[in-house]
Design a protein around this ligand. Structure first.
Ligand SMILES: Cc1cc2nc3c(=O)[nH]c(=O)nc-3n(C[C@H](O)[C@H](O)[C@H](O)COP(=O)(O)OP(=O)(O)OC[C@H]3O[C@@H](n4cnc5c(N)ncnc54)[C@H](O)[C@@H]3O)c2cc1C
Length: 444
């Protein structure tokens, strides 16, 4: 199969040609709302500069309208997921391990460098292209989806946005073609209260030294590249938090434990240790003391990715079940999916999936337009993870005993759905964010 990224390049270039016509439109650091007639001031809370390709020429359209490039991404990833991932899903889940050959294919297909500029070997596409790719992967395997999601939306974005020229040249080509990345923020003492982290960085003659440990780090078995948050000046509280980049073979770094999990079992999640790990000064990411700000920006974007993962998961679970109840299983002389009690649940579930997708795409488009999308991202993640749990649970019931056994994928979708309410901010944390922003808006 040829590379997805390569196949989409002509369409992408064409869309960029259109973009140049409107290149005078300012980037997100300035105040502009090309789609908002109210012309209110907006803040750019995205970790990525605003990208104009694909969206500026689109007149008011349905929220699930995709550009030619995004649509091609959706279709080609769907085919790749069905042809190459689906046959491996059950085995990878049972083995609790991502197939290394599949990881290689993800790189070959350009899915690990969706937003990395072409000059660094990436696909140079936009955020929504990454989001639809994550959604399509999750429709088949949420574990593969989260690997691609964390790598693209957290790791690559951090380097694209805050990496020095030297860091970009050194790491982006590798991140686009062969090196898996991890994002290391959470710790034994800091989960929801992420910035209470205890990992310490100290200055040395040549750079920095990191000591401490991290928990729950996605991709850490496969990764050779880590973005690590540590506090360089605890007296400043969260304002001391600083981001560093680290290679896996750095002395003092070790994987302490691989977690055994309820779901997304093929995605590795590990506790890792830093025992006086020496970090050269050129591996400082951005500025000292800005790690807090970077992590918030990245997680705000990343939540849209998790929301896309949960939307794809919900659709995958729904499709898996309706194929069975509308084609195979008969009781009382008719297909079980033809009973009205079943049809209403099936229709309700599909409606909820469509609503989740609308929230996801709306948040993604607002991010790309340089608008404030924090509340939208939180609502998308909250709702999509609820829908994923609800629909994948019902899908098991629609399939009866066949949904409960490990022969098919119904039970796996349900197990995988639970993580949506936990990582990149629990559902309560999303609700806190939504309520805080609403209260601000509605308080005089
Ligand atoms: C499979 C997996 C993969 C992960 N991958 C990564 C990764 O790659 N990188 C990384 O840095 N982290 C990762 N995490 C960590 C993840 O982000 C945290 O688990 C998450 O932020 C929740 O933290 P916690 O588990 O410590 O829960 P806690 O913070 O202990 O929360 C426990 C409960 O208390 C509630 N709670 C806490 N504070 C409040 C509050 N203020 N108001 C209301 N309720 C509250 C929570 O909602 C939750 O229900 C991963 C976790 C898992 C399980």
């Amino acid at each position: 199969m040829s590379s997805i990224a390569r196949a989409l390049r002509p369409a992408l270039r064409q869309s960029r040609g259109i973009t140049t016509k409107v290149s005078s439109v300012p980037r997100c650091s300035r105040t502009i709302r090309p789609f908002n007639i109210s012309q209110q001031q907006t803040r750019c809370l995205s970790a990525t500069p605003r990208r104009l390709n694909d969206i500026t020429d689109i007149p008011p359209t349905p929220i699930d309208h995709l550009s030619e490039v995004e649509l091609a991404m959706k279709e080609t990833v769907a085919k790749f997921a069905n042809d190459m991932i689906l046959p491996k899903v059950r085995d990878m889940d049972e083995a609790e391990k991502m197939d290394p050959a599949l990881v290689e294919q993800l790189f070959e297909q350009g899915l690990m460098g969706v937003e990395i500029p072409e000059e660094f070997g990436g696909a140079g596409m936009n955020f929504t292209a990454a989001i639809v790719g994550i959604e399509e992967l999750a429709r088949v395997d949420p574990s593969v989806s989260v690997m691609v999601d964390v790598h693209n939306t957290l790791v690559n974005t951090a380097i694209i946005k805050w990496g020095s020229t030297a860091l970009k040249k050194k790491y982006l080509p590798a991140l686009a073609t062969k090196t898996v990345g991890s994002f290391c923020l959470s710790e034994p003492v800091s989960g929801s209260d992420a910035f209470a982290l205890a990992t310490k960085a100290t200055k040395t003659a040549d750079g920095y030294k990191i000591s401490g440990s991290k928990m729950w780090i996605t991709n850490s078995m496969e990764a050779d590249f880590f973005i690590v948050f540590a506090n360089l000046d605890a007296s400043k509280g969260y304002r001391g938090i600083t981001a560093f980049v680290m290679d896996k073979d750095t002395k003092g770094f070790s994987i302490a434990k691989k977690e055994k999990k309820l779901g997304i079992k093929a995605s590795s999640t590990c506790a890792i240790n830093f025992d006086d790990v020496e970090i050269p000064k050129e591996n400082l990411l951005g500025e000292e003391g800005k790690g807090y700000q970077y992590a918030i920006g990245l997680l705000n974007e990343g939540r849209i990715g998790i929301a896309a993962q949960m939307t794809g998961l919900a659709l995958g679970a729904w499709e898996n079940a309706v194929k069975y109840v509308w084609n195979d299983r008969k009781q009382f002389g008719q297909l079980v999916g033809e009973f009205q009690g079943m049809q209403h649940q099936i229709a309700q579930s599909y409606t909820e999936i469509a609503a989740a997708r609308a929230l996801v795409y709306n948040a993604a488009r607002k991010k790309e337009a340089g608008q404030n999308f924090v509340q939208d991202a939180a609502m998308a993640k909250l709702y999509a993870s609820q829908v994923a749990g609800r629909v994948s649970g019902l899908a098991i019931e629609w399939m009866g005993g066949m949904g409960f056994v490990r022969e098919g994928l119904a039970e796996k979708f349900w197990r995988d759905s639970k993580i949506g309410a936990i990582y990149e901010g629990t559902s309560n944390i999303q609700l806190n964010t939504i309520a805080k922003l609403l209260q601000k808006e509605y308080t005089s």
